[in-house]
Design a protein around this ligand. Structure first.
Ligand code: NAP
Length: 290
């Protein structure tokens, strides 16, 4: 029997509707949630992502501020702009579109973001909060994957979750979130010998590698939930994931498609984080006397 599909488009639409309702409640109380997006240079993929983020904000009634900055912008100027946005009470979330040009130190830029506005969840304070189980912004992609599992009624507790990939934006936070949800977690990477020996044990398998057909049907345990984070192009230029979808769907119990899986959920979770930044700003303002 073919795996059940976890439909990222449908779930993202549902999340956007919920966010839109909460945005209008905030606006009624005088707070207009706003996301600032900083794009440095002309990277074509980044331009598409940024356009989507701005459109997504508009779709739920949020304000977006798009700064298109020249490729030649120096690091100090970018840090100065971030300081300005950090201090602006009308801006709730700040996102710096990555990758940055090579002459700019990405770690330094992320460190300059106010953790309270770091809606991508990349600042070490937010990464640390995830590590120790405290409140903080969760990176949107793994956060979206967790929501997809939840929507399918898959509770990670007691399951063996295998995450392939250990990047700071996907693999590592994904593993932490699964651990926090009481899964037993294995993290695989490029130096893992015999990847299949690990993936075959997975009740929940997350592929975040960036190479197509990394996960084939023989590597999947029958009935497993397979979450495909990868975004690659096949020979025809068509978007595809890391998982051999057509074959793996005959083995897995649940599977996310590409496109229409993790991608739209990542975008939806950015809206959730921005909304929560605005809501917690209001809560703090209300808790401050005078
Ligand atoms: P990344 O920083 O390049 O990390 C890739 C990870 O895969 C690394 O940890 C690497 O191991 C590991 N890896 C590479 N080859 C491997 C192999 N043969 N076997 C096992 N592990 C291997 O990429 P990323 O930013 O995490 O993104 C991963 C993929 O997800 C990309 O396709 C990206 O486009 C996509 N993505 C999608 C979304 C979305 O919204 N759908 C969001 C973010 C990323 P080492 O650490 O040892 O090098």
């Amino acid at each position: 029997m073919a795996a059940r599909l976890i439909d990222g488009n449908a779930l993202a639409q549902q999340i956007r509707s919920e966010v839109a309702a909460r945005v209008s409640a905030l606006r009624a109380r005088g707070v207009h949630p706003a996301l600032a997006v900083l794009l440095v240079g002309e990277n074509p993929a980044s331009q598409v992502y940024v356009r989507h983020k701005v459109a997504d904000c508009e779709g739920v009634g949020m304000r977006s501020i798009l700064d298109r900055l020249p490729e030649t912008l120096d690091e100090a100027a970018l840090l100065a702009r971030i300081a300005e946005l950090n201090a602006d009470p009308l801006v709730h979330g700040i996102l710096v579109q990555l990758p940055l040009p090579a002459h700019i130190d990405t770690d330094k830029v992320i460190a300059a973001l106010s953790p309270a506005k770091d809606v991508d969840g990349f600042h070490v304070q937010n990464a640390g909060a995830l590590m120790v189980g405290q409140r903080g912004f969760r990176p949107c992609t793994p956060y979206g994957c967790m929501r997809m599992l939840q929507s399918a009624g898959i509770d990670p507790r007691g399951r063996h979750a295998v995450v392939v990939g250990r990047s700071n934006i996907v693999g590592k936070p994904m593993a932490m979130m699964l651990l926090q949800a009481h899964a037993t977690v294995t993290i695989c990477h490029s130096a893992t010998p015999d990847l299949a020996a690990f993936t075959r044990q997975a009740d929940i398998l997350v592929a975040a590698v960036g190479r197509r057909n990394t996960i084939t049907a023989e590597m999947v345990k029958p009935g497993a939930a397979v979450i495909d984070v990868g975004m690659n192009r096949n020979e025809a230029g068509k978007l595809c994931g890391d998982v051999d979808f057509e074959r793996v769907r005959d083995v897995a119990g649940w599977i996310t498609p590409v496109p229409g899986g993790v991608g739209p959920m990542t975008r939806a979770m950015l809206l959730v984080n921005t909304l929560e930044a605005a809501e917690s700003g209001l809560a703090k303002a209300e808790a401050t006397p005078g």
